[in-house]
Design a binder for this molecule. Sequence first.
Ligand SMILES: C[S@@+](CC[C@H](N)C(=O)[O-])C[C@H]1O[C@@H](n2cnc3c(N)ncnc32)[C@H](O)[C@@H]1O
Length: 218
Amino acid sequence: MSRRPEDPTDRLSPAFLELLKAEPLATLTVLDAGTGAGRLALTLAPHCRAVVGIDREARSIEEARRRAAAAGLSNVRFVVGDIEVEEYTPFKPELVTAYLCMSDAIAERAGRALRPGQVFAFVALHPDQWKETGRPSRFAYAETGARRVLKKYGFTVEHLAVERDVKSFASVEEGLAAAVGLQEKWRADGRWFRYVKFLEDGGRTLTHAHLVVKARKA
Ligand SMILES: C[S@@+](CC[C@H](N)C(=O)[O-])C[C@H]1O[C@@H](n2cnc3c(N)ncnc32)[C@H](O)[C@@H]1O
């Protein structure tokens, strides 16, 4: 059976989890914004007092609920909602996370919901992510942009680092094989052809780059 090549975004950043576990999670209610199928929320739940995962995709929320039930977790709940429109305050979060789902609107709402000393922690795409495709994600944050938005919404940065993983290839074929799982998506948005050209012009890399951030409400 053929397996998709490992993508570093498939697993949660161990450094990010360590940053979270340094907080007194057992006493905290965590709000995971853009929770998807709940992989961060479900990982954190056994360590936390309570976790609320929010996502606008009802199907992802259903999947997250199924996983929570299968894992026997009773301190986590999942809610369908728009995390860039709704306020977080009604959920009374004491720590807010956002994993590969970050925007100024999310930071703004975290800033309004958290009290001084409470943590907002996120992993965001960095502009270098898949730079070989010639088009940075519009959701990407560089270091300066992240610092600016955090300051604007009342946070002090405690940790801000780029996690980078650059795969190198010996041939065009190897480069194509490494991105085969992304082909359909990249064909649809035009990135596939730019990546093929990059490889044909002699490029032999594929870059994953994420910004890992922990900030505290001032
Ligand atoms: C790349 S996925 C990451 C999911 C999850 N955090 C994880 O790491 O597995 C981004 C998620 O953010 C959600 N999302 C994006 N914008 C949103 C919004 N405005 N309101 C709620 N969810 C949103 C998407 O539905 C998707 O599930």
